[in-house]
Structure formats: C-alpha cells, structure tokens
Design a protein around this ligand. Sequence first.
Ligand code: ADP
Ligand code: MG
Length: 362
Amino acid sequence: MDDGMETAVLQQQISTLQATVARLEQQVADYQQLEKKLQWLASFPEQNPNMVIETDLLGRPTYMNPEARHRFPELGQQGLGHPLLRGLRPIIVSFADSDQEYVAREVDVGDSVLEEKVCYTLYGDVHRVRIFAHDVTARKRAEEALQEMARRVVMAQEEERQRISRELHDEAGQALTALKIGLEIIQVEVPSGAEGLRQNLAEAIALTDTTRDRIRQLARGLRPPALDTVGLNLTLEDFCENFGRITQLAIAYEGTPHLRLEDAANICLYRVLQEALTNVAKHAQASQVLVKLWADETAVHLSIVDDGVGFVGQTAVTRPHSAGLGILGMHERVELLGGHLEIQSVPDEGTRIMARLPLTEM
Ligand SMILES: Nc1ncnc2c1ncn2[C@@H]1O[C@H](COP(=O)(O)OP(=O)(O)O)[C@@H](O)[C@H]1O
Ligand SMILES: [Mg+2]
C-alpha cells in the first residue's frame, strides 16, 4: 500500500468513528431527554395531594407516594391486613376474570372514610394494581348530619300530628259531644207550638254530629290511633278495608301478623300505603288492588299493585324527576329510614310500588 492510499483508509476510518461518536452523543442526549421526561412524569404522583399506591397481584405495596406514606406509614408492613387494602383480593381476582379496568369503592379506615379507585394495569408482562384514594370524611359526616336532620323533621312532624290528633279527638270531640247532649236537653224543653225553634235545634244537633264525625276523621288521618294499640298489620288491613269501602275499590290485603317494628318504620309504611292507595283512587281507574306486607330476615316489605292505567316514565327508576310531591314524599320517608322505594308502571297494565325497610333490632 502506498502512503496516499494508507492516508485515505485512515481518513475513512476516522470519519466512520466520528459518525459513531456523533450518533452516540445524540443517543445520550435522547436518553437525558427521556430521563427528564420520566422525572417529570414521576412528579405527578409524588406531588399529588391524594394518595397513590401501587401493589403487586398479592396486594403487597410496591410504591406509595409521599401522601400515602405520610397518612399510612404502616401500610408497607401490613399489606393486605391494612384497612385501606382490606377486601382487595377479591377485586384483584375479579380483574383476572373480566376485562373490567377499575373498581370504585369507599373504605372505612376507622376515624375516616376514603374514596378509592382501584385500577388494574399491565405494562409489558408486569401486572400491577394502582389505588388512588382521597379523604371524603367531611362530606360523609355532612351527609349523615343532613340525614339525621331530615329524620328529626319527619319525627317532629309526626309528633306534632299526634299531638294535634289527640287534642282534636279528646278536646274538640268531647266538647262537641257535651254540646250535643245540651242541645238535646233543650230540645225536650221546647214548648209545643215553637216549631221554628224545634227545627233550628234539630239542625244544630245534626250539624254537631257531622262536625264531630269530620273531626274524628281528621284526627284519624293525622295519626292512626290503632298503630299504638293493634300494631302495623291490623292497622294496614283496617285502612285497606275502610279505604275500599269509601272509594268502592276492590282491595285485597295479605299481611303478616306479629310484626314488631320501630315506631318510625310503622308510620313510614302507613304513610306509603296511604299515599299509594290515594294515588290509585285518584289516577289509576283500577279494578283490583293487591296490598302485601311481609318480612324476611333483613327487611320488611310492603307492595301495592294495581291493574289500572299506569303512567309513563316509571320503569323501576328511583326518584323520578317528573314525580309529584306524593311520590317524592314516599321516597323521602323510606330513604330516611335507610330503605328503598321502587315504582314500576306500565301504561294500560298498572302500577307496582315496592317499599323495603331494613329491620333494626328493637
Ligand atoms: N297508581 C297510579 N296509577 C296511575 N298513575 C299514577 C299512579 N300513581 C301516580 N300516578 C301518576 O303520577 C303522578 C304523580 O303522583 P303524586 O306524586 O302522588 O302526585 P299527585 O297525586 O299529587 O298528582 C300523578 O299525577 C299520576 O299521573
Ligand atoms: Mg298523590
């Protein structure tokens, strides 16, 4: 090889090396860029004021952001035994069996309530569970306070009704009875010939009678006295019978004797029946109504089924926006006691109302 050729080969090699160096420099720059981006991405969970936790499929934490480490420093050791992760295993199993991507749930961790979103992630062949959690204790407590307040309003309303009912029955009712007796005594004393006076007295006595009946009805409507004495089952049966007689509706009643419920539950179911049957009489043009009251281990159920005209917009939905005050009131009362009300209505087939109240120890 002459000198000229040798130089050319060397130069060739140098420029190949230079190109390689340049490529490597570019790659290093790219990696640095990528690392910065990774750091930037990692700052998301790190700066998140909510808790971010990652676990493996056995529920063992593999990552906790600062907020999670700060709130639950013992989480790393306790793993699935920690309240925050309790019940996680069935969720992980359910991820394996379905293509569900996340489960939202609320967990009670003793002094606070957390809202959690449990997500399943697969990166390459690494399976992970990510949990995003934030504290909703304040909201929960406010909701509970509101519920308690609404419960008290209903109770106070019932107490007031009971008081007025008793007052009407005892005071006004007795006074009218005394008035009637007084008028009848005068009637005996009316001299013969005073026909006009006799007629007036007879009218006054009749008016006293109708007023007394009206007051009794009012008192009964305000507070069914039988609830205290004969219990829910007979009171509802009695109500169906009376209501059927007055409205000429054929109401069949199938009840359950010996049900012992709290006062609030008794009144709630009584009011639901009152409103439901009033609606049947007002709107349904039904020929048959079936009312059932029964209980199982956990709940007491009341259903009112009619074969009337039905109405649209009612397919097992709860709290329909178009509902009137009567239907809303039923929902309110039942939900206040932790129960559930469902209305199904099919035009030209009829309406079914189902109320379920959880049984509480008495
Ligand atoms: N059993 C029923 N059969 C047919 N329509 C009903 C029945 N119950 C309720 N509805 C319909 O639902 C509407 C809302 O009822 P509700 O909330 O009790 O208010 P209101 O009775 O004062 O109209 C009624 O106006 C009626 O159109
Ligand atoms: Mg109504």
